[in-house]
Design a protein around this ligand. Structure first.
Ligand SMILES: Cc1cc2nc3c(=O)[nH]c(=O)nc-3n(C[C@H](O)[C@H](O)[C@H](O)COP(=O)(O)OP(=O)(O)OC[C@H]3O[C@@H](n4cnc5c(N)ncnc54)[C@H](O)[C@@H]3O)c2cc1C
Length: 376
């Protein structure tokens, strides 16, 4: 089959691009190295700014059992706590359920999928792409890079961030716990933090961002939980009666928040591939969906299936996307990077929480920086 667009990676960015471009009449193939459904390291809290857009697309996350999250608590190892009602709030849904639902929706509507298939390379040649798979090469005029925070393709493309090691490790598990349905709690510990909130089916997502050296020093995840994470009394309470619902936690390494480019070697990057926000300081999932909305609209504006796609049209598309991406996300990513420094420093967190309690307008401002405006 001839493709208009090949999408490398079928996370939220890939799936939302696929859905929209397919609905606009483009022939789309998604290549995903895994097979749905599968668990991912993710806190699974999504800001409600995305709801109007999901409604427009006919997606109702509450029919999938998503929870409503209305309150935020931020805690430190000292036991200090900051509580706030969230203006806009969010919802909780597992990536296991959400991505699988989106995959099935895309597939029903005609998007082609190659699952359990890793893209080995993407080459730009003669104003078009060759997408190299293990046993074949696909071609298309357009390629979207939606391969997440870190992939073999970043190495192939020699993206500068890939060469610099990042100390951050992500750990996620689902459990049944005694915990409020409408709360997201961010519990800080040495060099990291853990987010706790409800997803569907009475499950809770417990997801930490930690420092590789602390994990190494402890020697095992169990020791790390006992000696580092549980130093935060709120987190200790979360784990006290937890009934774990996964055989083992999902773990990923080398999580980098460094700047990336939204277009590289003519590949249009979307979601974390274009830039990743420090999790729990922002909403990476919302940003992945939002970046797919922006990119799809620009592709539809510049690319007409069946008509020649000239080099000047490509240049204009790329420039428009670069500008739109920077305008929409550059500041949020910057704020995320600043907040990331705060979390994980026990003493700084204690002071910051005290200040947030004393100065509600400042606290409001900070929380607002991590949530965007409703997206229609
Ligand atoms: C610890 C942690 C907690 C987080 N918590 C939250 C949260 O609570 N709320 C929130 O909004 N965001 C959170 N995020 C961020 C959020 O998970 C990401 O921003 C979001 O998943 C980005 O979606 P994406 O589609 O860009 O990438 P992904 O969802 O990572 O999808 C990328 C896909 O590409 C595939 N892939 C990679 N390489 C290849 C290849 N070569 N060939 C084929 N397929 C490939 C992968 O298998 C994957 O399916 C968190 C992130 C971390 C690390």
């Amino acid at each position: 089959m001839m493709n208009d667009v090949i999408i490398a990676g079928g996370g939220l960015a890939g799936l939302f691009n696929a859905l929209q471009l397919n609905r606009a009449g483009l022939r789309v193939t998604v290549v995903e190295k895994k097979s749905y459904p599968f668990h991912r390291v993710c806190g699974e809290y999504i800001s409600k700014e995305i709801l109007p857009f999901l409604n427009q697309l006919g997606i109702n996350v509450f029919s999938l059992g998503a929870s409503h999250i209305k309150r935020l608590e931020v805690t430190a190892t000292s036991g200090t706590i900051f509580s706030q009602k969230l203006d806009l709030g969010g919802f909780g849904i597992s990536r296991y359920a959400f991505d699988d639902y989106l995959y099935k929706l895309c597939q029903t509507e005609g998007v082609s999928f190659l699952l359990d298939t890793r893209v080995d390379d993407i080459r730009f040649t003669n104003n078009g792409f060759e997408v190299v798979l293990p046993h074949r090469i696909l071609t298309a005029p357009l390629v979207i890079g939606a391969f997440g925070k870190r992939s073999n393709l970043d190495s192939k493309l020699k993206r500068p961030f890939f060469l610099r090691h990042s100390p951050y490790v992500g750990i996620k598990i689902h459990a049944r716990i005694d915990f409020p349905d409408d709360l997201i709690q961010l519990n800080s510990f040495k060099n990291g933090y853990c987010g706790v909130s409800k997803v569907e089916d009475g499950r809770f997502c417990i997801c930490s961002l930690a420092h590789r050296n602390d994990l190494r020093e402890q020697g095992s995840l169990e020791a790390f939980q006992e000696n580092i994470i549980n130093r935060n009394p709120y987190q200790k309470e979360v784990f006290r009666n937890a009934e774990l619902l996964m055989d083992k936690p999902e773990v990923i390494n080398e999580i980098s928040f460094e700047k990336k480019q939204p277009v590289e070697n003519h590949i249009l990057m979307s979601g974390d591939t274009a830039g990743m926000i420090a999790p729990l300081c922002g909403n990476g999932m919302t940003m992945a969906i939002h970046s797919a909305k922006i990119l799809s609209a620009i592709i539809i504006q510049y690319y007409y299936p069946g008509k020649p796609f000239t080099a000047p049209a490509r240049a204009a598309l790329e420039q428009t996307y670069r500008q739109a991406w920077n305008q929409q996300f550059a500041r949020r990513l910057w704020v995320g990077r600043q907040l990331q420094h705060l979390f994980g420093n026990n003493r700084l967190m204690h002071t910051a929480i005290q200040m947030m309690n004393k100065m509600p307008p400042m606290a409001n401002w900070m929380v607002k920086q991590t949530h965007g405006k409703p997206l229609a």
